[in-house]
Design a protein around this ligand. Structure first.
Ligand SMILES: NC(=O)c1ccc[n+]([C@@H]2O[C@H](COP(=O)([O-])OP(=O)(O)OC[C@H]3O[C@@H](n4cnc5c(N)ncnc54)[C@H](OP(=O)(O)O)[C@@H]3O)[C@@H](O)[C@H]2O)c1
Length: 279
């Protein structure tokens, strides 16, 4: 009897220690900030002036994946802030645009399997945003690699050839081309391959789990989001992020030009940029 109680006590002790370590890691992630992140956060304070200054440059942009959850939010931000003279959506289907978007938004429908035939769609944009992606569950392993790596890289190549100077990639927390996990490996590989193209400016966003009421049914993601909801209350930047913050951070970061050629924004920085900026 004593033996069983002793074992239970040890298990409880072990689990408590594990919980403390886990909370400690989350606490550390919450409270650390790189100098680059701190600079961006401070610069983002004067949004009005940043927007006005950028508007004067009369730039144009394209968005890949505007029909998806992040892309839709990003498009809303871009239309609302009016920082680009022209916004082109490049996708596999035509979208119903929300009110207010019709004037500044152009749509190019392309076949991603024959992107070379649509090089013209990628020409003449200063800035590109890529929120393209699928899942292994939806597309299978090959389909996932095709979309998240091949389509994304080919689009970046065509954009570079078409004169794009600033490419923004929505990647993922943990992206690493040496990872043993296919998802993280593919994300890391495409990040690296695009870096090799040598854009004047290349911004990589690595959000954690996107908190959003997804239109598409993805049961596994739904379970993860439900599990993360209480954790994100105490540790809002460690493992998840509201999708609005990602979209807002992508736009705000565009306005903050500080001469960095390649920049990687991890989840916490994305969160802080997206949260602290004027709506
Ligand atoms: N889910 C997460 O929690 C999470 C976390 C971190 C990073 N990310 C990454 O962030 C990015 C955006 O995620 P999201 O959830 O906002 O995306 P999403 O809602 O799944 O939308 C994906 C976009 O990619 C397009 N797309 C998918 N398959 C395609 C295909 N075969 N051909 C052409 N276009 C295709 C979709 O177009 P259609 O509308 O025409 O299908 C849509 O515009 C992805 O790269 C994802 O891996 C996701």
């Amino acid at each position: 009897m004593i033996g069983v109680e002793g074992k239970c006590g040890k298990i409880v002790l072990f689990l408590s220690a594990l919980l403390v370590v886990f909370a400690g890691i989350l606490h550390h992630l919450e409270n650390s900030e790189t100098p680059a992140a701190s600079l961006r956060r401070r610069m983002a304070h004067d949004m009005h002036a940043l927007e006005e200054g950028y508007r004067q440059k009369n730039r144009s942009c394209f968005v890949l994946g505007a029909s998806g959850e992040t892309g839709r939010e990003l498009l809303r931000e871009l239309v609302r802030r009016r920082i680009f003279a022209k916004i082109t959506l490049i996708g596999r289907r035509r979208l119903e645009l929300e009110d207010g978007a019709q004037h500044s938004v152009v749509q190019e429908v392309v076949d991603f399997e024959k992107l070379d035939d649509y090089a013209a769609a990628f020409q003449g944009h200063d800035v590109g945003y890529c929120c393209l992606g699928t899942t292994k569950a939806k597309a299978g392993t090959e389909g996932f690699i095709r979309v998240d790596h091949d389509y994304v890289l080919k689009s970046a190549q065509l954009a570079k050839a078409g004169g794009c100077s600033h490419f923004n990639l929505e990647s993922s927390q943990g992206a690493d081309k040496t990872s043993g996990f296919l998802y993280l490996q593919v994300k890391g590989q495409v990040e690296a391959d695009i870096e090799g193209l040598g854009f004047e400016r290349y911004s990589i966003f690595r959000p954690a789990v996107l908190m959003v009421d997804r239109q598409e049914s993805r049961p596994a993601e739904w379970v993860i989001r439900k599990f993360l909801s209480p954790i994100s209350f105490f540790f809002p930047t460690a493992l998840s992020i509201p999708i609005k913050f990602v979209a807002r951070a992508m736009v705000v970061n565009t306005l903050i030009e500080k001469g960095e050629k390649v920049e990687i924004l991890e989840n916490k920085e994305i969160y802080n940029l997206g949260k602290n900026v004027e709506k």
